[in-house]
Design a protein around this ligand. Structure first.
Ligand code: ADE
Length: 226
């Protein structure tokens, strides 16, 4: 998979993309992530990327020109499955949505700032919008990092244990069951006997029951969809 991220703050990604699973996926070349500072595509001598909104009002609006030129320079090189704008107005990111994105080959992620982007950018080049939740972030970068993390870990070969993404919470609309490791007793609290029993069938059954119970209690909305 190849992911091109358009941002005026590329350094924000230094941390999330240079550690852990994403680092491993990049090292193995399972994913290629390129960062593009679209400020470089501004034809304005001050390299401005925003301006006052027509009609007045608070906040600045991101200019169409640098973003559209940057996207066009990428789409001239290869075709993209989607050109995604990270926005609280977008389609809510879910595990199901992440699964769908994880099989794409080429994606562009556009990170906005301030009051938003000139509407014509949406009309001309954006094919999809994603929100990571019903709250407003100061920019799309953290949302883009969340989207990348949620999809890259699903690409086959990225996680050490091939099955582990399948047993994640939400893969079957259920939350994960509780997990334990050594010691078998900690501050008087014991690991449930069934997990020490060696009886695989019972363990599978127990975990499924715990998943159902946890989902019913914590996320009744998910449970009702089962
Ligand atoms: N940009 C600002 N807030 C956002 C959100 N909740 N999701 C995605 N992008 C955003």
């Amino acid at each position: 998979m190849e992911i091109d991220i358009l941002t005026i703050f590329p350094e924000i990604f230094d941390g999330p993309f240079s550690q852990s699973i994403i680092k491993r996926a990049r090292d193995k070349e399972v994913v290629t992530i390129r960062l593009h500072n679209f400020r470089e595509y501004s034809s304005n001598k001050h390299k401005n990327v925003d301006d006052y909104p027509y009609g007045g009002g608070a906040g600045m609006v991101m200019l169409a020109e640098p973003i559209v030129r940057c996207i066009e320079s990428l789409t001239a090189q290869r075709s993209y499955d989607d050109v995604i704008y990270l926005s609280p107005d977008g389609e809510l990111l879910t595990q199901h949505f992440a699964n769908q994105l994880s099989v794409k080959k080429n994606l562009i992620l556009l990170c906005g700032h301030y009051k938003g982007i000139d509407e014509r950018i949406r009309e001309l080049v954006i094919t999809r919008e994603i929100s990571i939740g019903d709250y407003v972030l100061s920019g799309g970068e953290l949302a883009a990092a969340v989207v990348v993390d949620s999809i890259v870990r699903l690409i086959p070969g990225v996680l050490g244990d091939e099955t582990s993404a399948l047993s994640d919470s939400f893969q079957d609309n259920l939350l994960s069951p509780p997990v334990y490791t050594r010691p078998a007793e900690f501050r008087g609290k014991k690991v449930p006997d069934v997990l020490l029993s060696g009886n695989d069938r019972e363990i599978v059954r127990w975990r499924h029951e715990q998943s159902l119970e946890r989902t019913r209690k914590r996320r009744p909305g998910l449970y009702d969809d089962l």
